[in-house]
Design a protein around this ligand. Structure first.
Ligand code: VAH
Length: 313
């Protein structure tokens, strides 16, 4: 069985369905700290800071793979730095130790472009120097190094992607700095003016949710010997600025309006690279993005129009 921790989150909520499509409904156990209002398959309430509770679920379902998608993201994480560090690290230490003690064969650890900081000018290479500016980024950098340690010391097959900003229609914008790129579509489809918390030229690496899902499973299913990066693979679909995504939306919704009111998240975004070199992922396990900005915009608007129409009826 596969256990997804943080199944209610932006990635988790989509990944659970994606994995169930591939491996079968009863092969994927979703878990999160709160019971969702509705869940289609097996769900276990779990506070992943509680190692015993995690171990009970792992043994109950004979879990062989864990996707650890629970974390406090970059913007929200800055409000209480030490709490963010504790939650992001304690949950991962529990995953590593419970997995080691219970013969879990594979772990997916989501990293982020937030591991990069001001040492990277515009383009982040696979082995660029990591000087993260946020607690979230510090915790992801630490998590990558712990993954590499457990791989070397215990031979555990832990695989990781440095996700850029993820854009999807399935969940509402969360505590991420890149979540402006989710919220903008909701406002455009509802015919509301969008107030952007980043300046118009803030270019950031992003990826459409479908490409993020494809990359995740492609990495997890790659033959072990192909996985040459045991910290975190750079990954990106495209890079764009608020001005560029707004222009992409206006091709479909011409009267969409955006205003710019940068706040504390501007500083976080400025510490991140504008572009990502993901050639290692392309070479090792055949990564190729399928979505351009305009193709993502078409799909996001179509899906959100369905979502809001159903709400209106
Ligand atoms: C965030 N969406 O904004 C996450 C992600 C690269 C950004 O880590 O915190």
């Amino acid at each position: 069985c596969i256990l997804v921790i943080g199944a209610n989150g932006q990635i988790g909520s989509v990944l659970v369905e994606y994995l169930r499509e591939i491996y079968g409904m009863d092969q994927v156990i979703a878990s999160d700290i709160r019971q969702p209002e509705f869940s289609t398959g097996r769900f276990e309430k779990l506070d992943a800071t509680d190692a015993n509770a995690l171990a009970l679920i792992v043994t109950k379902y004979k879990v062989t793979q864990i996707y650890h998608l629970a974390a406090i993201l970059s913007a929200k994480g800055e409000q209480e730095p030490l709490k963010t560090w504790h939650i992001n690290m304690q949950t991962y230490f529990n995953v590593l130790e419970v997995a080691r003690e219970n013969g879990v064969t594979k772990i997916f650890y989501p990293s982020s472009i937030a591991v990069f900081g001001d040492q990277v000018e515009d383009k982040a290479e696979q082995w660029s120097y990591l000087d993260p500016a946020t607690v979230y980024g510090i915790s992801k950098t630490a998590g990558e190094n712990w993954s590499n340690y457990y791989f070397k010391r215990y031979g555990m097959d832990i695989r990781s992607l440095r996700y850029p900003g993820i854009v999807g229609y399935q969940s509402m914008p969360g505590g991420g700095t890149t979540d402006y790129a989710v919220d903008i579509y909701h406002k455009a489809v509802k015919g509301e003016v969008f107030e952007c918390f980043l300046s118009e030229d803030t270019k950031l690496p992003m990826i459409y949710i479908s490409d993020a899902m494809d990359a995740t499973v492609r990495l997890m299913e790659a033959p072990k010997e192909k996985v040459t990066v045991r910290t975190g693979y750079n990954l990106a679909g495209m890079s764009f600025s608020p001005k560029e995504i707004a222009a992409s939306i206006q091709k479909i919704i011409p009267d969409f309006k955006i205003i710019y009111k940068p706040d504390f998240r501007q500083e976080i975004a400025d510490s991140w690279p504008k572009e990502i070199d993901d050639s290692a992922a392309r070479k090792d396990w055949g990564w190729r993005p399928a979505y351009s900005l305009d193709k993502m915009t078409e799909e996001m608007i179509a899906e959100l129009r369905k979502k809001y129409q159903t709400v209106k009826q």
